[in-house]
Each structure stands twice: as structure tokens, then as C-alpha cells.
Design a protein around this ligand. Structure first.
Ligand SMILES: [Zn+2]
Length: 423
């Protein structure tokens, strides 16, 4: 083989590697991003141990290193919130220590409590009776902890009676049994300590429950959004926003809520897109925003819309990504039925390139960071992927359980092509 042929072969090998290895490299980078954001030192990207600040500093550094420009020197845009957090969360049933986050969760608004209590079981029969409230109150006076049976949320009588009981208690500790658990974040603290327990961890002959909950309510906590951009080549004063929230639920005692799919996956996709568009700038300026405090009621995006960094009137489109780790069952587009032309374009790109198996359309929903943009009149989509991955707001939404597959790259390519179409 002569040198020229060798060169040609090497060039060909190089070309094949570029074409075929890029997606694989993408996947490795994305997996690494998710692993980092879900690391122990990020504390679930909540408010215990300043997990949110550690995560936003990491994202800001990634943006800076890949060559994005910032509207502030550190890429950070602070805002305040008040939030309830849990430093200790321990529950024992008959001396058996339960696993926080998996066997029980503390209601997000609960206050501190500790003690050993005799159980007062509120059976379905008692819960449906008219003197349920009276009986529960007198049991609490005698030092019992009420344990409310789980009930079908479509059973009106039981739902109403349970609500009446909870409303009538002040300063009490009580247990609500549930068939499954999800956790969230609260911006306020209540007078009670409600603990949700998985049914299987309790039987009606359980007699004693010990509780140790330390809740810390933080006033005027400073969190932040992270914003970087790629200037447009022809119309730098018009903007397209690509966003994803980086925050998650943080820690509840020793339980770490990793938030691998929700929403380390969305940040991984957004950073991959940013790194592509740094090298492939478009006509319009592209703004990349990692929002904070989404799980606390869309607070990062609400603060942004109240004090936008680029004018809302010049923001042509917002594309929000949340839950981007699966995709084997396709994607859903919130606002797809409102912005019909854009939805049609997106589904056309998808069909032509054989990206995702199906793209479904929904109307408005206040379920992620696109919402306040829509309300302010800025056209927006919220895309989430669907698949067999079912862990949600649980410590099981972890990088060990989330395995990115071929649809990671396909959804990335779909969003990339759609952004190019918008230009
Ligand atoms: Zn989310």
C-alpha cells in the first residue's frame, strides 16, 4: 500500500469515526454530566448543604469552558425563596428502622417532632364514620399517634373525613398510610408533622411508632438561575431560549433524591446543545438557561419572566426540556396544540429523520418552566420523553437506574434540528 492510499484510508477512517463515534461520545459526556449532577456532594441539588449553589457553579463552569458568553461575569442570576428543609428524618415502627424516602417521607411542609407514640389505627370503618374527628382528637390527647389507613382518592367520604381530621389537628404528629410515595418541596411550614408511610411497612397490629424529625425553615434563601448565550449571526437582538431546570428535591435526612431523570437528563441535553451551537451559531441569539427552584413552584422561571435578561418581546421561542432520560415511548409536547405550525414542523423533522417513535401533543399545563413564558405571551414548548422508566420524585430516580440509550441522541438531534428550523 503506498503512502497516498494509506492517507486516503486514514482520512476515510477519520471520517467514519467522526460520523459514528460522535453520538457515542455525546452519550458518554451526557452520562458523565448526569453522574456529576447526581453526586453525593451535590446533595440532590436542593437547599440542604447548598446543593443548588454547587450545581449552578458546576453548570456555569461548563458553559464558560465551552465558550458561551454570559450576561454576568459568573453566569449566575440570583433570586430569593423561603423553603422548608429536613436535617433529620427517622421513623421506627415497633423498633424497626425504616428507610427514609423509600419506606416513608415526611410531608414537605411538616415541622420538627420527636417522640415514641402508641398507635391509634384509623381503620376504613372508623374513617368513614361521622365521629372520626372526635375519636382521633381524644386519642391524641391520651398521647397516641393516629395512623390513617390508605384510601381510594375517588372515595369522597374518606377523602373529606381525612381532610377534616388533618385540619382539626394542631401541633400533632400523625401518619398517613399510602400505597406509593412521592416527595416534593414546600415554601411554608405547617403546625403539624405528617408522615407518609408505605402500607407494607405497617400492619394494624403494629403498636409503637418512634419519630425524629428536624425541620429547618429557611427564610430568604438565595438560589440562582444560570444563563449563557451564543450571539446570533444576523439578528443578535432576537432570541431563542433553550432551558431545563437543574434543581431537584435535595435531601430528607439521610435520603438523597438524585433526580437523574428529573432533571439532570434535561441539563445534559441542554449542555450538549449549547456545545453544538457554540460551533454552529444561528441567525438568532441562542440563550441557554438552567433554571433553579422549579420543584419549589417554578420559582426560577417565574423570577426570570418578572425580570427578563433579554426582552420577552424579542424572545421568539422558548424550548423547555424536563425528564429527558428515556424516549423509547416517544415524547410529549406541552403547548403542541397551541403553537400548531411549530408542532407540525417538529413532527415533520421527527418523521423524516426517524428520531422518536411518536410525538404527542398536549394543551397548556403549569407543569414546568415554560409555563410563565406562555402566560406572558412568549411562544413555548415543553418536551418530556416517555418510556418504561417509572421512578419519579423518589431516591430511585438515580444514575444507577437511569440508562441513557439511543433515544438520548435522537431527542438531542430532534431539538437541534428544530432550533435550526426556527432560524
Ligand atoms: Zn422536573
Amino acid at each position: 500500500m503506498n503512502i497516498q492510499a494509506t492517507t486516503r484510508v486514514l482520512l476515510l477512517v477519520g471520517f467514519i469515526m467522526t460520523v459514528y463515534l460522535c453520538p457515542a461520545q455525546n452519550l458518554a459526556v451526557a452520562q458523565q454530566t448526569i453522574n456529576t449532577l447526581c453526586g453525593e456532594d451535590f446533595s440532590g441539588r436542593g437547599y440542604v448543604n447548598k446543593g443548588d449553589s454547587i450545581a449552578s457553579a458546576y453548570i456555569a463552569k461548563r458553559m464558560k469552558d465551552m465558550g458561551l458568553q454570559g450576561y454576568t461575569s459568573d453566569f449566575l442570576h440570583p433570586f430569593e425563596l423561603s423553603v422548608n428543609t429536613f436535617r433529620v428524618a427517622q421513623v421506627k415502627v415497633d423498633q424497626k428502622q425504616l428507610r427514609p424516602g423509600l419506606d416513608f417521607v415526611v410531608a414537605p411542609e411538616a415541622k420538627s417532632a420527636s417522640g415514641n407514640y402508641k398507635v391509634f389505627y384509623v381503620s376504613p370503618k372508623l374513617l368513614s364514620s361521622s365521629n372520626a374527628v372526635k375519636k382521633v382528637k381524644s386519642a391524641i390527647k391520651k398521647g397516641f399517634v393516629p395512623v390513617l389507613c390508605s384510601y381510594d382518592p375517588s372515595n369522597k367520604v374518606l377523602v373529606e373525613n381525612a381532610a377534616k381530621i388533618k385540619k382539626s389537628l394542631s401541633g400533632a404528629v400523625f401518619i398517613q398510610l399510602k400505597s406509593s410515595l412521592t416527595w416534593s418541596v414546600s415554601l411554608s411550614q405547617s403546625k403539624n408533622t405528617e408522615i407518609e408511610l408505605v402500607d407494607s411497612m405497617f400492619d394494624r397490629y403494629s403498636s409503637e411508632i418512634s419519630v425524629s424529625i428536624k425541620a429547618v425553615f429557611m427564610n430568604d434563601y438565595v438560589s440562582q438561575n444560570v444563563i449563557g448565550y451564543v450571539p446570533g449571526t444576523e439578528k443578535p437582538d432576537s432570541f431563542i431560549i433553550l432551558c431545563a431546570h437543574y434543581d431537584h428535591l435535595g435531601k430528607m435526612g439521610d435520603a438523597l433524591f438524585y433526580g437523574a431523570n428529573d432533571n439532570a437528563s434535561g441539563i445534559a441535553t441542554m449542555l450538549d446543545l449549547a456545545s453544538y451551537f457554540v460551533n454552529n451559531p444561528q441567525r438568532y441569539s441562542l440563550v441557554f438557561i438552567a433554571f433553579g427552584a422549579e420543584e419549589a413552584g417554578l420559582l426560577g422561571s417565574l423570577n426570570y419572566v418578572r425580570k427578563p435578561v433579554v426582552p420577552l418581546a424579542s424572545t421568539r421561542f422558548v424550548f423547555n426540556m424536563d425528564l429527558m432520560g428515556s424516549g423509547d415511548k416517544g415524547a410529549t409536547i406541552v403547548n403542541g396544540s397551541i403553537y400548531k405550525n411549530e408542532y407540525q414542523a417538529l413532527t415533520k423533522i421527527n418523521a423524516e429523520n426517524d428520531y422518536l417513535p411518536v410525538i404527542k401533543s398536549r394543551g397548556k399545563a403549569a407543569n414546568s418552566d415554560h409555563y410563565f413564558f406562555t402566560e406572558a405571551g412568549v411562544p413555548s414548548f415543553f418536551m418530556y420523553l416517555m418510556g418504561d422508566y417509572s421512578f419519579y420524585h423518589s431516591p430511585n430516580d438515580s444514575p444507577d437506574n437511569l440508562h441513557l440509550g439511543e433515544y438520548y441522541n435522537k431527542s438531542y438531534q430532534l431539538v437541534r434540528d428544530f432550533v435550526v428550523y426556527l432560524n
